[in-house]
Design a protein around this ligand. Structure first.
Ligand code: PLP
Length: 399
């Protein structure tokens, strides 16, 4: 039996045999839209499914497939599926689960566009959804009804860093026969493995840590049940068409090779910055997983390898001070997205979560003085120096 390799090794070699490609160390880029059949009969057999093989790149592509296989290996799932964006992956897996009048149960915070998607699904197709704290089994049982088709979770929640106990959710979900989908973008497969904890699907915005260099928009879905993924490939992905380009898959394969090294440094830098932020006079609260205590700390320690590279914090002040802070940064870039080599900062209330209605936003903990920082791979001293000088500019007179 083949001995199982460690994460770091799989991230670099998983699923690829260079001897099949003239010894090419790096996986080849199959930049092609279609594939030539040797005969009409071969074409017929491929279409009927009697014979395996490539047909057309919306249905499959060797470079994309290698990425899918490698991601399935890294997440500990049965099969992966690549998409043109994180939202294409999120919408495909949700579409797969809902029917007319379905209900979707979500964690208290979800990505702004996931919220937007659910809102228009509700208006157009009478699909309902609600956000739950998911802190206790009772709370979960109460939020589930007989129309609940799936549970959709982010943990830690973007951008408030609330955590959800995946083991607890899985227990309830299994009892009620409801699949669990986790948006694992913030952690990447290196820090958290929901599938190995019993969840059914993991989605990623590969735009973030997996790509890691700010040059690709892409998404990935990995499932524990191969049949589900094959169905999504043949329906939601093939017919709605949100596929990943071969070149993007090639860039992501390159990104994956250094994921573990980058993540380690993102986490180390974030740890330093979180400590420094806590001591600044113009900061109200710092929200970073390693600063959590009690039950939340227990959850973090049991399901995350390290606390991640994203810090949220509230400043003493309001929207105006938040914008002043952002406008005075020089090294740290004001931009949405996260997980890049560059440190990126944004104001959730007016940017990533602007689509969420004000009362719901307050409910999620996204106040006007909340700021999200994706700590990059620059020297942490330089990142802090930039933050500190900008924080010093905020006037705290009016608070
Ligand atoms: C960015 C992001 C998405 C959406 O991904 P895209 O690649 O931008 O479509 C979904 N979930 C989370 C948590 C994200 O950060």
């Amino acid at each position: 039996m083949k001995k199982e390799k460690k994460f770091q090794t799989n991230a670099i070699h998983g699923g690829y045999d260079c001897q099949q490609f003239e010894g090419s160390l790096t996986p080849p880029l199959f930049q092609t839209s279609t594939y030539v059949f040797n005969s009409a009969l071969e074409g017929e057999r491929r279409f009927s499914g009697e014979e395996d093989g490539m047909i057309y790149s919306r249905l499959g592509n060797p470079t994309v497939r290698l990425l899918e296989d490698r991601m399935a290996l890294l997440e500990g799932g049965a099969k992966g599926l690549a998409f043109g964006s994180g939202m294409a992956a999120v919408s495909a897996v949700l579409m797969h689960h809902v029917k007319k009048d379905s209900h979707i149960l979500c964690s208290k915070g979800i990505y702004g566009c996931t919220y937007g998607l659910l809102t228009w699904l509700k208006e157009k197709f009478n699909i309902s959804f609600n956000l739950s704290n998911m802190q206790t089994k009772e709370e979960l049982h109460e939020s589930i009804n007989d129309k609940t088709s799936c549970i959709f979770i982010e943990t830690p929640i973007n951008p408030t860093m609330e955590v959800i106990d995946l083991t607890m959710v899985v227990e309830v979900a299994k009892e009620r026969g409801i699949p669990v989908i986790v948006d694992n973008t913030f952690c990447s497969p290196y820090l958290q493995s929901p599938l190995t904890m019993g969840c059914d699907f993991v989605v990623h915005s590969a735009t973030k840590y997996i790509g890691g260099h700010g040059d690709v928009v892409a998404g990935i879905l990995v499932g524990q049940n191969e049949e589900d993924i094959v169905a999504i490939a043949g329906n939601e992905r093939k017919d709605i068409g949100g596929i990943m380009s071969p070149f993007d898959a090639w860039l992501l394969l390159r990104g994956l090779k250094t994921l573990h090294v980058r993540m380690d440094r993102h986490c180390e830098n974030a740890e330093f910055i979180a400590q420094k932020l806590q001591q600044h006079k113009n900061i109200e609260t710092v929200i970073y997983p390693s600063l959590l205590t009690g039950d939340k700390k227990r959850i973090i320690d049991s399901q995350m390898k390290k606390p991640g590279g994203i810090i949220s914090f509230t400043i003493k002040g309001d929207k105006q001070e938040a914008q002043t802070l952002l406008d005075h940064l020089q090294l740290i870039k004001v931009a949405v997205s996260l997980g890049d080599t560059e440190s990126l900062i944004q104001h959730p209330a007016t940017m990533t979560h602007a689509v969420v209605p004000e009362n719901e936003r307050q409910n999620m903990g996204i106040t006007d003085n909340l700021i999200r920082l994706s700590v990059g791979l620059e020297s942490w001293e330089d990142i802090w120096e930039d933050l500190e000088q900008a924080l010093n500019v905020i006037s705290t007179d009016r608070v």
